[in-house]
Design a protein around this ligand. Sequence first.
Ligand SMILES: Cc1ncc(COP(=O)(O)O)c(C=O)c1O
Length: 443
Amino acid sequence: MNYNAWFAAQDDPSERHSLTEVVYYSKSGGLLEVQHDMDALRQRSAAEWKQLFESRWMRTTWPYGSGVWGKKEWLCPNIDDKNIVSMFEGGSNLFWAERLGQQIGVDDLWIKMCGNSHTGSFKDLGMTVLVSVVKQMISDGKPIRAVACASTGDTSAALAAYGAAAGIPTIVFLPKGKVSIAQLVQPVAHGALVLALDTDFDGCMRIVREVTASADSGIYLANSLNSLRIEGQKTVGIEIVQQFDWDVPDWIIIPGGNLGNTSALGKGVQMMYDLGLINRLPRIVCAQAERANPLYRAYKNGWRYEPISAQSTAASAIQIGDPISINRAISTLTRFNGIVEQASEQELADAAALADRTGAYACPHTGVALAALSKLVKRGEIKKSDRVVVISTAHGLKFSRFKVDYHEGKLEGAVGTYANPPVELPADVDAVRRVIEARMAVA
Ligand SMILES: Cc1ncc(COP(=O)(O)O)c(C=O)c1O
């Protein structure tokens, strides 16, 4: 069967481009979407697709054991397998958060641990597709010298790692002083050209768009306005449903910044629906930090959107005031009967700490999503018996400073409600026993 996909203009689907063309915008300046030949995909029944995906899931046959490339026909069907740059991304644990659910008041709570991945965040899902297409373009003779992105930290880590694995030079634009040490050191270690600019993410985004604007620059743009990223990221929703043996959860909660991920989640689930693998849609909640909440404000304002200047938040990867995928996200949330919720610094920090107490290790963005969950449960929007999945977007280990500051009572804008600092003692057995007994008495 010949499967096919192409870039289509959002505002004029008759405008089409090959996925290996260097093009980011439609003729009228809008974003491009990857569209698939759905008639060709329908030649396989829903049951056959499920069977195919199951047969590949986490197996060793290159490259189909990757959670992303196991769904190759749905993403980027025409790429040559020899050009695929994969690090076995996807297939992350769907963690049954039983104890956390009991504390929050939901019986069936799950956390999709997307941070358990090669570079420690969900960005690997999209970057494997984009870098693979770049490798295909280079092998087709396209004059690409480097791949570039603006980033709040995780995108640059993923781009640098996949570029390094493929031998493709990478350039990353970071807002100086606004990403975690772990996120900064990843592209440095992978040999990317790291440009720390004296601006915020939105400022970096403006500059990288200019630098990559002309195809003559030979510098290819890897931000999620490039829909190749969305194709990989959309597998997250498909994986969640697959991990429930093709059962659809009632709710999926996701933290949002530039909003590519929210749109990607909707796109993957919608594709399953359109191809008959599922017969209902989950509701989607996008969670934003109160200090960087342009989507939340739009939601409260009849979807009327105004860019803002994002304030400093511990959820630094979503500190974005003018999200590129705002329109995509609004249309996703409209289709999925969506809700937007926000979390203060106190709420996000406490939500992450509470999750840690039950065995998760939540990054601040996951904290934002968990705080949104608590609020929706308290308001009665999410019911005790609902099946809820929270998407954890990065590994908590990338945000050690956030955790240390919380437990030492030094986090800006929050007190350490669940702080558990180390107890410093002399090397004295009696003193040790006293502290143990005191702790056991309150446990
Ligand atoms: C850890 C983390 N969570 C959430 C997001 C938000 O994703 P998006 O920008 O696609 O909304 C990002 C994006 O950088 C991220 O790195």
